[in-house]
Design a protein around this ligand. Structure first.
Ligand code: FES
Length: 159
């Protein structure tokens, strides 16, 4: 009897809310919230923070997305590094020269190719852990990366 009353009352409520189906109103709202939260979490997971350290020790914090290059991070965050990335990533200037900590350098997935090595040879203050920022693609495990910016840059196109 109790079960029969519950079913009857549920049917009455469904008719009263005009939908004919009790859960139709709330289900889409809940789905929307879950979906939005999922996107927010995914976007947060794709963010990689990077700190650029100038020769004078000043630190500039920035962030990029997985798949961005370090040149993209500088451009998209308006990081004030004079002359950085002059050739816009076409491997003809060496102005995006950055110096990595040894640990970070060794974890980079790709070694520099011949074209990058040729450009690095023209960079000032070259070290064993130097790379060109336009050739480094961010991955999630680079989150918190700190790279040093040389005091002087050389635009190889000017030679
Ligand atoms: S931006 Fe010119 S070599 Fe990287």
């Amino acid at each position: 009897m109790l079960v029969a009353n519950t079913i009857r009352n549920t049917a009455r409520l469904a008719l009263r809310n005009g939908t004919g189906y009790l859960w139709q109103r709330s289900a889409p709202t809940n789905l929307t919230r879950t979906f939005s939260l999922g996107i927010a979490v995914r976007q947060q997971q794709d963010v990689v923070s990077v700190t650029f350290v100038r020769a004078n020790g000043d630190k500039i914090k920035a962030s990029g997305k997985v798949g961005d290059s370090l040149l993209d991070v500088v451009v998209n965050n308006n990081v004030d590094l004079d002359g950085f990335g002059a050739c816009e990533g076409t491997l003809t200037c060496s102005t995006c020269h950055l110096i990595f900590k040894t640990n970070d350098y060794e974890k980079l997935p790709d070694k520099p190719g011949d074209e990058e090595l040729d450009m690095l040879d023209l960079a000032y203050e070259l070290t064993d852990t130097s790379r060109l920022g336009c050739q480094i693609t961010l991955s999630k495990d680079m989150d918190g990366l700190e790279v040093h910016v040389p005091a002087t840059i050389n635009d190889a196109r000017a030679a």
